[in-house]
Design a protein around this ligand. Structure first.
Ligand code: C2O
Length: 547
């Protein structure tokens, strides 16, 4: 077994974007952060040293962390933060996974600038289930604010108002030519005629799902969330925060007399204003030797769907299917031990006494699952669970169903106040779980990219309108559903997922729109140890940070 060592120094760095210089939190002074490369089966030891004034944790998004929950990273769920001057070694093995994932900070809004790709190659001598690409290119989408993002979210949480939207989207940290003074900050992809490229796309943006396209080129989706899929040919890819998508790009056989815009901009249906700008890169071909190199080629632009095209979003999501071959089987749980119906959406919470709040009628904007807005504990759930000290930290009475019934896609209930609590669901080891997630449409019908830590799940069904328990389950796909770690709960609709709780620990589930996580759209699963020796969570490492 190969062990790979990384050292991540968390340090401030001045970075200039959109004509302004700003001091941002980085890993090793790099933005975006360093790329982690491993092979399936490798062990990773990543030493994180915190040199900044903020508390920090890092999360290895989509890495299953089989019995290594202490290395998962969400603050106050699996660990206390790494404080200024302290360090922590994330120690885990990448088991049974290969593909594109990413790492990011998992505390407050630090992931605005603390993120980078994780590339997991197949085992040595194992090949891809698609033609070997000539080159592989990570493309990580982000979001840039001119102002300090920690100030933005802290102020929003104090006043109850919505936080300011970003000033730009970025591809590998670069906004591109459609923004002011950013022409030189443009992602460029140079290709050789006739060759095939694997684009490893990651959406690390804080608050926006993105449509992506390249002018005059068709893309073939071959993997989502580090799971191979049946190839899908498409002009446009939808990628939500927390999702990763590998596509093959076939360069035309002859160098065309044009270059091509690579563009991404939001898919958004919610009530909030959003950053409706476009980040762009440029695809260029190597020109033959006798070509006039100074000739400026015309730049062709791609067509993207309308920003609120929910039909496109639903159709795209439904097209994604597991390979489901003998070599890459889809292990969909057939029976269900525990069933849940979760409403996900926005709401309001009361204004603290002696304060004025900027939400509607002096309230604060909030978000919830089954009307519970998750309150952050002050020690990590996993520590409390492991040492049998849950009393006063969390309860295991998270509701399996919402406390009210209404037409989730129609008139909201008169009372849209949420309740607050640190409530989890306790699951026995190896329970097979089904969760139907319904967008409440309270305050606005909106797609919520729900992300589950510690597991991949199967997307067995999805639809618009209200989930119908008497009709919809009969149509569930138990043969080749997409297997992923993040799925959009459709705007004005529902999605059904299944997973096997075979990983003991405390596992976060939340909307990967960071503003919704901040407002409480999150909960936790506590998976108890099984009886066998390989079914228990080992004790924490000695350097696990203390609160
Ligand atoms: Cu990518 Cu809980 O996060």
């Amino acid at each position: 077994r190969v062990t790979r060592h990384y050292k991540f120094n968390i340090e401030m760095k001045n970075v200039r974007r959109l004509c302004q210089t700003k001091s941002i939190v980085t890993v090793n002074g790099q933005f975006p952060g360093p790329r982690i490369i491993a092979r399936e089966g490798d062990r990773l030891l990543i030493k994180v040293v915190n040199h900044v004034k903020y508390n920090v944790t890092l999360h290895w998004h989509g890495v299953r962390q089989l019995r290594s929950g202490w290395a998962d990273g969400p603050a106050y769920i699996t660990q206390c933060p790494i404080q200024t001057g302290q360090s922590y070694v994330y120690n885990f093995t990448v088991t049974g996974q290969r593909g594109t994932l990413f790492w990011h900070a998992h505390i407050s809004w630090l992931r605005a600038t603390l993120y980078g790709p994780i590339v997991i190659l197949p085992k040595r001598h194992a090949s891809y289930p698609f033609p070997q690409p000539f080159k592989e290119v990570p493309m990580i989408f982000g979001e840039w604010w001119k102002a300090d993002t920690e100030k933005i979210i802290n102020q929003a949480l104090q006043t109850g108002a919505a936080p300011n939207i970003s000033d730009a989207f970025t591809i590998n940290g670069l906004p591109g030519p459609l923004y002011n003074c950013s022409a030189k900050d443009t992602f460029k992809l140079k290709v050789k005629p006739g060759k095939t490229y694997l684009l490893r796309m990651i959406n690390a943006a804080l608050n926006d799902e993105l449509f992506f396209s390249i002018a005059n080129h068709t893309l073939t989706v071959v993997e989502t969330d580090a799971v191979y899929v049946k190839p899908i040919k498409t002009k446009v890819v939808l990628i939500t925060p927390g999702q990763t998508t590998n596509v093959l790009l076939k360069a035309k056989h002859k160098s065309p007399n044009a270059s091509f815009l690579i563009a991404a901009r939001p898919y958004a249906t919610g009530p909030a204003s959003f950053d409706n700008t476009t980040t762009a890169g440029v695809l260029e071909y190597e020109q033959p030797n006798n070509a006039n190199k100074n000739k400026k080629l015309p730049l062709l632009k791609p067509a993207l769907p309308k920003f609120n095209d929910t039909n496109f979003a639903m159709q795209f999501s439904k097209k994604i299917r597991s390979l489901a071959t003998a070599k890459f089987p889809a292990k969909v749980p057939r029976k269900v031990d525990r069933r849940f119906f979760f409403t996900v959406g926005l709401g309001l919470s009361p204004c603290p006494q002696n304060q004025t709040c900027q939400g509607p009628n002096n309230t604060m904007l909030a978000a919830s699952i089954n009307n519970v807005s998750f309150a952050q504990p002050n020690i990590a759930l996993l520590q409390a669970h492991f040492f049998n000290k849950s009393k006063g930290v969390y309860t295991t009475d998270f509701p399996a169903n919402p406390p009210f019934k209404f037409n989730y896609t129609g008139t909201p209930p008169s009372n849209i106040m949420v309740s607050s609590g640190t409530r989890a669901v306790a699951l026995p080891f190896n329970a097979s779980v089904e969760v139907v997630m319904q967008d409440t449409s309270i305050i606005g019908a909106e797609s919520h990219p729900l992300h589950l830590h510690g597991f991949n799940f199967f997307v067995v069904g999805q639809g618009f309108g209200n989930f119908d328990p008497s009709k919809d389950p009969a149509k569930f796909n138990l043969v080749d559903p997409a297997e992923r770690n993040t799925v959009g709960v459709p705007s004005g609709g529902w999605v059904a997922i299944r997973f096997l709780a075979d990983n003991p620990g405390a596992w976060f589930m939340h909307c990967h729109l960071e503003v919704h996580t901040s407002w409480g759209l999150k909960m936790a699963w506590i998976v108890n140890d099984g009886k066998g020796p390989k079914q228990k969570l080992p004790p924490p490492p000695s350097d696990l940070p203390k609160c």
